[in-house]
Design a protein around this ligand. Structure first.
Ligand SMILES: Nc1nc2c(c(=O)[nH]1)N[C@H]1C(S)=C(S)[C@@H](COP(=O)(O)OP(=O)(O)OC[C@H]3O[C@@H](n4cnc5c(=O)[nH]c(N)nc54)[C@H](O)[C@@H]3O)O[C@H]1N2
Ligand SMILES: Nc1nc2c(c(=O)[nH]1)N[C@H]1C(S)=C(S)[C@@H](COP(=O)(O)OP(=O)(O)OC[C@H]3O[C@@H](n4cnc5c(=O)[nH]c(N)nc54)[C@H](O)[C@@H]3O)O[C@H]1N2
Ligand code: SF4
Ligand SMILES: [Mo]
Length: 733
């Protein structure tokens, strides 16, 4: 069956402009956009779609320049192939044949584990990336699978997996109904939220306060989110797990427990938190004991409350302990799975993935460092080890999709050197950047406006159930291939079926893997194949939707507020919430050592800017400058002591490297803490705008030998560093 694509553009009489409606693909907020195009299909204006029930007309400065990003002249239009040392444009057939030959050779000589996969952040937010990631992984059959998840939220998956039995059961704050929100290590006013999909997050926080609710932010910086709060608490980087343990200690000790769900492990939990009294943790965290106790009592007494923690607590040495304690607090105070507390979204298209067996980690271990597998992956922090260390199973080739690990991974310069030494590397990416410049083949996907969009991942983490699908606005031009076709061909090559196999075969394989048949599935004229799979998944989802239903709702479908989903969603062996999973509890002894450890002189933390997005939005002129600069933030007291000022750059050194960077003296940061944004360091890029103001790579300082032991996640916050003023003429250390 085929349904034809309706004309979804409103043509304005007399002019040649038209308007298309799209979901912004840039961040997790998933704002709905109105995109005005002129007669030559150039984007003339982007505004918020006021008819969208979820984002209601909101957009941020990045969404507003989506057209500029989409039309960036530096985007690659043809595949690149390395020949005679340089990369040159070739046709698609030649490029795919080179991939088949390059990967084939490595597999023949060294086996499948010698080919590693890396999936970067946008993989999880594009339809093709989301649907083909698993298929490519299965087709290749290599142990060496890596993704941006282990530089981001893996601790959350592990904590959810062990407590609820499902690593994708991520509890999100019921932001629009809560009476008390405690935010740790997140700055949603700049990031627009993460693992908590809420367009206009700042507006929703203001509404929370407007209805008499309370907002408390815990962060070593007084961020824009902290500035909106009723209370901001400075915390020493990396010590949130101690703070949270002390809060749990207080809830248990003062009889504030209000559990409304079947739980296991309460006695073990009491034992684990015993030593973590507010008095014991206060000197280490930098938060007074009375404040910890008061905050806990307020949280427990609130009509409803939600504890929400993100990057500052995930990309830290005890990331999983912190995520576990967050949901322990939510559970003990009766706020798990209840209106105004933290709840689980009901996805339109993904419910069938919820039915897996109970979660476990460590089903395999990495070859060099013996790090446990989590969700089928190894930590990116050990990819360089696997490439550099000889022996059976050594990684000799890489297939990377939508990632820039040469900037985003811990100790990135080491990883970049290792990537440069591979026998073969292929990247699917629209840009020639710090990572793709090292590849043998670069396969560029088409522009965003040429690509259909449905964000599967954000469905799991929305603060309101909602779905929206955006068909492509512009057709592919001759000589372009859809990202779905590129990934389908890579999947077929990985499966050993060769570069010439019909990509439709890949779609059928995915449908087969998902257990849905093709007959009842509608397809769009001229669609790229992912829509067919989307349709099947929507039909299998809880709302009985279909692609047709989505096409009939160009402004999105509101599927209602979050609803209680426990205990049905629990997949633990005894169908109870596990308050003390042993793999996490085993890390508490190590955490206890922190109570007496001497803190280093300076701790480095990260920072995100509203007008940036990881490593790939620095090439848009309109987003440059202002606060969006790569500077080292230093407290005035520290600056004075070290002889630093806004005109004197600092040399920052860690166990793995050093950078020289302009200083920004500000009292918004804690003494003893310095902050550097990530995603910069574009000197090796061919992106013209990005290169001019290249900045330095924060990940030249982050240490790949230190990971969160339970999840393998990288540590970007709380990195010990030394800081000194750059003395003109002096040799750099
Ligand atoms: N020091 C420090 N390091 C960090 C972080 C931190 O806070 N501090 N944050 C970490 C986090 S949370 C993340 S998610 C990672 C991100 O790490 P990565 O995912 O490795 O890097 P990105 O910078 O997001 O790069 C995305 C790449 O995808 C490409 N791209 C964009 N759109 C598309 C598309 O539609 N298709 C394809 N095929 N490619 C596309 C871009 O050109 C870019 O090369 O960085 C991590 N690194
Ligand atoms: N504008 C913009 N938006 C983005 C991105 C971007 O690069 N730019 N990236 C996207 C991605 S991939 C992600 S994962 C999300 C991340 O979304 P968020 O988690 O909101 O990201 P950050 O702004 O890095 O916020 C982390 C906060 O943790 C604080 N922090 C650092 N160390 C500690 C600590 O030890 N304890 C505590 N309590 N706080 C600490 C930092 O000061 C910072 O304010 O943002 C997404 N949205
Ligand atoms: S907050 Fe900005 S970047 Fe994120 S989805 Fe909305 S418009 Fe796009
Ligand atoms: Mo991220």
């Amino acid at each position: 069956m085929t349904i034809s694509k309706p004309d979804r553009t409103d043509r304005t009489a007399g002019t040649r402009t038209r308007t298309a409606h799209r979901t912004c693909p840039l961040c997790e907020a998933a704002c709905a956009l109105r995109i005005d195009l002129d007669g030559a299909d150039r984007v003339v204006r982007v505004s918020g779609d006021e008819k969208d029930p979820f984002s209601r007309g909101y957009l941020c400065p990045k969404g507003a320049v989506l057209g500029r990003l989409d039309e960036d002249p530096d985007r690659l239009r043809r595949p690149l192939l390395r020949q005679g040392g340089g990369l040159r444009e070739v046709g698609w057939d030649e490029a795919f044949a080179a991939v088949d030959a390059g990967l084939g050779e490595v597999i023949r000589r060294h086996g499948r584990d010698a080919v590693a996969l890396y999936f970067g952040n946008p993989t999880f937010h594009t339809m093709a990336g989301y649907l083909y990631r698993q298929a490519i992984t299965q087709a290749l059959g290599s142990a060496n699978v890596y993704s941006a998840s282990t530089v981001d939220q893996m601790p959350k998956h592990v904590a959810s997996g062990l407590m609820f039995g499902d690593p994708m059961a991520v509890a999100v704050p019921d932001l629009d109904h809560t009476d008390f929100l405690l935010v740790l290590g997140a700055n949603p006013v700049e990031s627009n939220g993460s693992l908590c999909v809420a367009p206009d997050f700042a507006g929703r926080l203001k509404a929370l306060r407007g209805r008499g609710g309370r907002l408390v932010v815990v962060d070593p910086r007084r961020t824009r989110t902290a500035a909106l709060a009723d209370e901001h608490l400075f915390v020493r980087p990396g010590t949130d797990p101690l703070l949270l343990m002390a809060m749990v200690h207080t809830v248990l000790g003062e009889g504030l427990v209000r559990i409304g769900l079947p739980v296991a492990g309460l006695d073990r939990l009491r034992e684990l938190v015993r030593d973590f009294t507010p008095e014991a943790v206060a000197p280490v965290c930098g938060v007074p004991a009375e404040t910890i106790a008061r905050l806990t009592r307020e949280l427990a007494a609130a009509r409803s409350a939600a504890v929400y923690a993100r990057i500052g607590t995930c990309t830290a040495e005890f990331g999983t302990v912190a995520q576990w304690q967050v949901d322990v607090l939510n559970t003990l105070t009766g706020n798990l799975d209840r209106r105004g507390g933290v709840m689980f979204a009901e996805t339109a298209a993904l419910e069938i993935f919820r039915a897996g067996p109970p979660f476990s980690t460590g089903n395999r271990h990495s070859r060099v460092r013996g790090l446990p597998e989590v969700l089928g992956e190894f930590p990116v922090a050990t990819l360089a080890d696997e490439i550099e260390t000889p022996g059976p199973g050594q990684v000799r080739a890489l297939l990377a999709v939508a990632g820039n690990p040469a900037l985003s991974a811990p100790n990135a310069p080491r990883l970049a050197r290792a990537l440069g030494g591979l026998d073969f590397m292929v990247c699917v990416d629209p840009y020639l950047n710090e990572t793709t410049r090292l590849a043998d083949v670069v396969l560029p996907p088409p522009r965003m406006l040429q690509t259909p969009h449905f964000d599967f991942l954000v469905q799991i983490i929305m603060v309101r159930n909602y779905a929206r699908y955006s068909p492509a606005v512009l057709p592919l031009e001759p000589g372009q291939r859809s990202e779905a076709e590129i990934l389908a061909r890579l999947m077929l090559i990985a499966a050993g079926l060769g570069a010439g196999t019909d990509p439709a075969r890949a779609e059928e394989m995915i449908l087969g893997q998902l257990g849905v048949t093709g007959d009842a599935i509608g397809a769009l004229d001229g669609a790229d194949g992912t829509e067919k799979i989307l349709d099947a998944l929507l039909r299998a989802g809880g709302y009985g939707l279909s692609l047709k239903a989505m096409l009939d709702a160009p402004h999105g479908l509101d599927l209602g507020p979050l609803q209680p989903r426990l205990p049905a969603l629990l997949r633990t062996p005894d169908s109870r919430v596990d308050l003390a999973p042993e793999p996490i509890a085993a890390d508490v002894a190590r955490l206890r050592e922190q109570l007496t450890a001497a803190p280093p002189e300076f701790l480095l933390i990260g920072r995100r800017h509203l007008r940036s997005n990881n490593s790939w939005l620095h090439n848009v002129e309109e987003l440059r400058g202002g606060t969006n600069r790569c500077t080292l933030q230093v407290h005035p007291g520290d600056a004075e002591r070290l002889g630093l000022d806004d005109a004197t750059p600092a040399v920052v050194a860690s166990a793995v490297g050093d950078v020289t960077v302009p200083v920004e003296v500000t009292d918004t940061i804690m003494p003893g803490v310095v902050s550097l944004p990530h995603g910069w360091g574009h000197q090796d890029s061919t992106q013209r705008v990005a290169r001019e103001d290249g900045g330095v790579n924060a990940n030249a300082l982050t240490d790949d030998t230190v990971v969160d032991r339970v999840s393998g996640n990288a540590v970007f916050n709380g990195v010990p560093v030394t800081v000194r003023a750059l003395v003109e003429g002096a040799a750099r250390s």
